[in-house]
Design a protein around this ligand. Structure first.
Ligand SMILES: Cc1cc2nc3c(=O)[nH]c(=O)nc-3n(C[C@H](O)[C@H](O)[C@H](O)COP(=O)(O)OP(=O)(O)OC[C@H]3O[C@@H](n4cnc5c(N)ncnc54)[C@H](O)[C@@H]3O)c2cc1C
Length: 385
């Protein structure tokens, strides 16, 4: 695969920025479970988080394939893009379905870094993957909607000004199709926190700034609604394809980091008076992970190309996410094994990246649900749930 000069230039620029944030920066943040605000600010200042925003609103108007390369390089450099990736994938919903007024109101601020759009409120504690059973409601009352309910795993809510929220606006019993009656809102959290919105952090196995969010008679302006009321599920599905492709690109970046780290270590570490990498038992798992990563990488670029051409990449985005998350997790496991005991030592960064990489076969969509999608929607097998 030969890349355009522009994409190669983006890769070099991201690598140069990431070099300013080495392992000890991430280790300290990880130890304290602190948000890497300096890193996110640097990405914003360099314009990377505004890659998808059209030039007329202050962004660089790039396509999803370029955004995927940015996220891949962040991970391949050993940094953690989870601190900032939502801005890339939420953006597509606002760009595709937001009104002219909403775009004019928010996009320039997001592009300049004055506003952060990093929170995505879909998951709820009781509904799990069954999104259509979500219970958070938004009820129209004059010029406002009144929101009640709870979200869980709303990552970066404490570090975001805006949240893209999925809530039910028509009770499930009153719609003919269960995919109807859900709506999307762009919630200004600056005005909401303390006025009906409460955020509670959840401590997890890796540094992810994730939270629970409670809505208690939160009033938001009716102008927060994105697109048409009741059509939110359709909008979110399109945004989820972008999310899957971008997360898959991050997984490819992670796999590249693990493979490079393992290769370097296997070359340098001498046991029984020779490099451990001279043993086929050490070489082959690295080589296998490399082949697995390259296959996933091709699917990620293919899915992004379908998306960028205006097609529906449901099949490709799901396969990219499946293959890339499995490739990165296999590479993470291989990298620990190649490092032996040192794979567990904090200073090598392997154990940190191992914990971070574990997430992606579960979130934003778990492997089983992708397999169900492929079985039902691509292969035509009966729906299993
Ligand atoms: C660190 C972290 C950050 C997150 N960030 C966000 C965020 O910013 N915004 C947001 O909205 N969400 C976020 N999530 C939520 C994430 O998308 C969900 O955790 C994920 O989609 C899985 O849903 P669940 O946890 O409810 O699992 P469940 O739906 O309870 O599923 C549990 C297990 O059962 C399996 N399963 C369930 N149903 C079936 C079935 N029919 N067939 C086969 N297997 C099945 C699943 O594959 C899974 O392995 C985050 C999660 C984590 C852990």
């Amino acid at each position: 695969m030969t890349e355009s000069d522009d994409i190669a230039e983006i890769r070099r620029a991201v690598q140069a920025l990431c070099a300013e944030f080495p392992g000890d920066y991430w280790r300290e943040k990880d130890r304290e479970r602190a948000y890497p605000g300096e890193f996110v600010d640097a990405l914003t200042k360099a314009g990377f988080l505004a890659a998808l925003i059209p030039e007329e609103f202050g962004g660089s108007g790039l396509k999803l394939d370029a955004a995927a390369v940015i996220m891949e390089e962040i991970q391949a450099s050993g940094c953690n893009g989870a601190s900032a990736h939502a801005q890339m994938y939420i953006m597509n919903t606002l760009l595709r379905y937001g009104s002219v007024a909403q775009k004019a109101q928010y996009l320039p601020g997001i592009a300049s870094g004055a506003l952060r759009l990093q929170a995505f409120g879909v998951s709820e504690p009781t509904s799990g993957t069954d999104t259509l059973s979500l219970r958070t409601v938004a009820v129209r009352d004059g010029d406002t909607y009144v929101v009640n309910g709870q979200k869980i795993w709303t990552s970066r809510a404490e570090h975001s000004d805006l949240m893209l929220l999925l809530a039910r606006t028509t009770p499930r019993e009153q719609v003919t199709k269960k995919t109807e009656g859900l709506s999307i809102f762009l919630v200004d959290m600056r005005a909401a926190v303390g006025n009906g919105l409460t955020i509670k952090p959840i401590r997890t196995m890796m540094n992810h700034s994730t939270t629970e969010v409670f809505f208690d008679d939160l009033r938001i302006p009716a102008s927060s609604l994105i697109g048409e009321e009741g059509k939110g599920f359709r909008y979110i599905l399109s945004g989820m394809n972008a999310e899957r492709i971008l997360i898959a690109a991050e997984c490819v970046g992670d796999a590249k980091w693990f493979i490079r780290k393992a290769t370097d270590y296997a070359r340098d570490r001498n046991v029984f008076a020779r490099p451990i990498g001279q043993n086929q038992g050490v070489q082959f798992p690295i080589a296998r992970c490399y082949a697995q990563m390259r296959a996933a990488e091709l699917m990620v670029h293919h899915a992004a190309a379908v998306y960028d051409a205006g097609g529906n990449p449901g099949e490709e985005a799901n396969m990219a996410k499946l293959l890339a998350s499995e490739a990165s997790w296999a590479a993470a496991d291989m990298c620990v094994q190649t490092h032996g005991g040192f794979g567990f030592a904090e200073e090598y960064d392997v154990e940190r990246k191992f914990r971070e990489a574990r997430l992606y076969t579960v979130a934003p969509i778990s492997t089983n649900l992708i397999l169900s999608y492929l079985a039902e929607h691509v292969l035509g097998l009966p729906r299993s749930y």
